[in-house]
Design a protein around this ligand. Structure first.
Ligand code: OOG
Ligand code: NI
Length: 427
C-alpha cells in the first residue's frame, strides 16, 4: 500500500506553488520578497546571535518564505469547501475576526496548523474572509450577487475528487498529493476576465469594493502573500527606493525591545486591467504584505493592548517592555524548558526556578491575526472610498454555522502550549 504524504509536506508544497504563481502574476510582489531577503540578510549579518537562535528554532533556509496569504469567499458552501481542502494540508480554522465594525462587510478566520511542531515545519496560513451579503442594503442587488455566486464552482472537479479521496482514505499518496497541489492552485489563480459585465461590476462596486472583488470573478483569487521580515521598520523605509509604494503606516504595536503580537505593512493594491464582457475596465485587489511577529498575549495582556490601542498615541508605553515583567504579570505566554544548570532545589516555585536559572522561559510567538490591523490592511487596499457603516450584529455563531463547525480558540492553544511545557518540567 502506498504511503500517505504528511499534511505538513503538502502544505509546504502548496505554499511554495502559491508563491511561484503569485510572483509570476504580480512582479511587484517578487520585488518585495527580494527586498525582504536583503533586509533579513543585513539583520543576520549584524546579529550573529539571532542567526544562531533562528537556525536552532527551525532553520534559515526558508526564513523569508511566506507566512500567510489571504482569500475572500462569497458563500457558506465556498467556505466549507475551502475548509475541506485546507484540512488535507493540516490547516484548521483558528479565531474569529469581525471586520464589519471597521466598515468591511466580511467576517473571517485563519486556517492554520495548530500543533507547534507542525507550525515549525511550515507555518503557512490562509486568512479567509466570508462576504456578508446580508449587509448589502439593496434587495435586488443582494439577490443578483447571490445568484451570480451560486453559479460558480471554485474548485476543479479533479481537486474535489482528491479532497473526497483524502477524506475517505485518510490521506493522499505522493502522486495524488502532487496533483492535489496543482489542482487546488487553480482556485486561487487570478482571472483578468470578469464573469460580470461592466454595468453589473459598477453596481457591485457602488455597494462596496469588496463585494465587487468577491462577486465579479471566477473564484477567490489570492489577494496577497506575506513573507516574514526581521526588521519591518527598515523594510517600510526601504520600499519607496525599491519602487514599491507602501501603505502609510505599520499596523499593530510600535517598535519595542520585547515585540508583542504582530506588526504588518503592505504595498498598495495594483490597479489592474480587467475584461468585463468585452469592455476594458480596472480593478484594485492584489498587493503584497510583510509581517513581524512577537509574543502571544494572554487575555489579560490582550485586554491591556486593546485598551491602549483605543487610547492611541504614546499609550503603548503602558505595556511593560520587559520579558520578565510580561511573564510574571501573566500578560504573555511563555514556554518553559529546563536549563543545563544542575542542583535545582525541590519544591521551589516556577518563578524562583526561572530567576535562579534552572528553567528558561521563551516567549511563545503569536501565530494569529489582529482585527484592527486586518481592517487597516483591507482599507488601504480598497481605496479610501471603501469606508462604510454597518449596523449588523457581530456574529461568530453565524460564521460558525456557515463554516459548519466551531473555530478553535487561539488563547486555548497558547495556554495549552504553556501548560504542557510546565507539566514537562515535572516540578
Ligand atoms: C485580508 C486582510 C487581513 C492580515 O494580514 O491581517 C490580513 C484581505 O485583505 O483579504 O491578511
Ligand atoms: Ni495579510
Amino acid at each position: 500500500m502506498a504511503e500517505f504524504v504528511e499534511p505538513d509536506r503538502i502544505r509546504a508544497a502548496f505554499a511554495l506553488a502559491m508563491s511561484d504563481m503569485y510572483r509570476a502574476e504580480v512582479p511587484q510582489y517578487g520585488a518585495l520578497v527580494a527586498l525582504v531577503e536583503q533586509i533579513n540578510a543585513d539583520v543576520l549579518a549584524r546579529d550573529p546571535e539571532l542567526a544562531v537562535g533562528l537556525e536552532r528554532a527551525g532553520g534559515l533556509d526558508r526564513l523569508s518564505g511566506e507566512r500567510h496569504g489571504a482569500i475572500r469567499v462569497g458563500t457558506a458552501e465556498e467556505l466549507r469547501l475551502c475548509a475541506r481542502a485546507f484540512a488535507v494540508m493540516g490547516m484548521e480554522p483558528v479565531g474569529y475576526y469581525d471586520l464589519a465594525p471597521a466598515g468591511v462587510p466580511v467576517h473571517s478566520t485563519a486556517f492554520r496548523p495548530v500543533d507547534p511542531a507542525a507550525l515549525a515545519r511550515n507555518p503557512f496560513r490562509l486568512f479567509t474572509s466570508l462576504l456578508r451579503l446580508e449587509l448589502i442594503a439593496d434587495d435586488a442587488l443582494r439577490a443578483e450577487a447571490a445568484a451570480i455566486l451560486a453559479r460558480r464552482q471554485i474548485v476543479t472537479s479533479h481537486a474535489l475528487a482528491l479532497i473526497e479521496q483524502a477524506e475517505r482514505d485518510g490521506g493522499l499518496d505522493e502522486a495524488h498529493a502532487n496533483r492535489f497541489v496543482v489542482e487546488l492552485l487553480e482556485t486561487f489563480r487570478w482571472h483578468a476576465r470578469a464573469t460580470v459585465d461592466a454595468q453589473t461590476y459598477a453596481k457591485l462596486l457602488a455597494s462596496h469594493r469588496l463585494v465587487a472583488d468577491v462577486v465579479s470573478f471566477r473564484g477567490p483569487h489570492i489577494n496577497h502573500l506575506t513573507p516574514r521580515t526581521l526588521d519591518i521598520d527598515a523594510a517600510q523605509a526601504a520600499m519607496p527606493a525599491a519602487g514599491i509604494a507602501p501603505k502609510e503606516n505599520i499596523e499593530g504595536p510600535p517598535r519595542r525591545r520585547c515585540p508583542v503580537l504582530l506588526r504588518q505593512t503592505s504595498f498598495k493594491a495594483l490597479d489592474e486591467a480587467i475584461d468585463f464582457d468585452g469592455v476594458v475596465g480596472r480593478h484594485l485587489a492584489r498587493f503584497g504584505e510583510i509581517e513581524q511577529r512577537g509574543v502571544a498575549l494572554t487575555p489579560k495582556g490582550r485586554a491591556l493592548y486593546d485598551a491602549l490601542l483605543a487610547r492611541g498615541g504614546d499609550a503603548f508605553a503602558d505595556l511593560p517592555d520587559d520579558w520578565d515583567v510580561l511573564r510574571r504579570e501573566g500578560l504573555a505566554y511563555f514556554a518553559y524548558t529546563p536549563t543545563e544548570k544542575a542542583g535545582a532545589p525541590e519544591g521551589t516555585s516556577l518563578d524562583s526556578l526561572v530567576s535562579a536559572g534552572h528553567v528558561a522561559a521563551d516567549p511563545i510567538i503569536y501565530e494569529d491575526f489582529l482585527p484592527v490591523s486586518a481592517a487597516g490592511i483591507f482599507q488601504s487596499n480598497l481605496g479610501d472610498a471603501a469606508r462604510a457603516h454597518y449596523q449588523g450584529q457581530s456574529s461568530k455563531a453565524a460564521f460558525e454555522a456557515a463554516l459548519g463547525r466551531p473555530v478553535i480558540d487561539e488563547f486555548a492553544l497558547y495556554a495549552a502550549q504553556q501548560a504542557a511545557s510546565i507539566a514537562a518540567l515535572a516540578l
